[in-house]
Design a protein around this ligand. Sequence first.
Ligand SMILES: [Zn+2]
Length: 271
Amino acid sequence: MNRTVVFFHAHPDDEALLTGGTMARLAAEGHRVVLVTATVGEAGLASADLSAGNRLGSVRQRELSTSAEILGCARVVLLGYADSGMAGRPSEAPEAFAVTDPETAARRLAAVLDEEDAAALTTYDAAGGYGHPDHVQVHRVGRRAASLARTPLLLDATVDRRALQRAVRVMGWAKPRSPDLRASRFAGLYTDPGDITHCVDVSAFLAQKREAMRAHLSQTTADGVERNLAWFLRLPAPLFRLAFGREWFVEHGRTAARPPSGDILAGLPGN
Ligand SMILES: [Zn+2]
């Protein structure tokens, strides 16, 4: 049975990194995939020429459309909130997503869920994976929207913490002095493997996921320094598969079982 699945993300590039393979897979299986992004990420790090004025927002919006097309999205909805910037370096914008009234934002997202008669919504875990205030807000707003729209299935898109640390360790061997890739930095992030309800094998969709990541070109450098995305894109195929060949979810209200389910829609009646 074909369903509509709405993926709710904070910034452009989150969709590709966290759920790109699942989106491409569901689209290939005939489901309708809808992407809702809260901000255009205009406070993200980028090269100086792009950060000047308002250019970064429009560039990232175009990059998002390209990524969404590659991943097979039938519709992209931009909620248009201001990017809040990283924790500790908050944006001044009064309309920043992280400080907006979650109830109002949830009503807007619920309207999309209603229009689409969505069977499932993905959000983030309560800590937003790694604590970015916009990602925490995606959790709050997503939870509330699913309840307003009575969306049958609600999942947090996350990362298996142990798999992440393992991949980081292997990547560290492959390129030892990569500054942001020390396994200890990832110890408390995302989700313990014992709490993961779904692990989706996206290895057949890695070419699309990689192309979607590549679409976010503005995110590969900041002030002449390479960012992690550039480095991910250069990983040889076996390492890329190790790091990005699976995607993880925690279904709201379901107890994790071993092994986790490979189909995020398995919990829907009629599946
Ligand atoms: Zn983000």
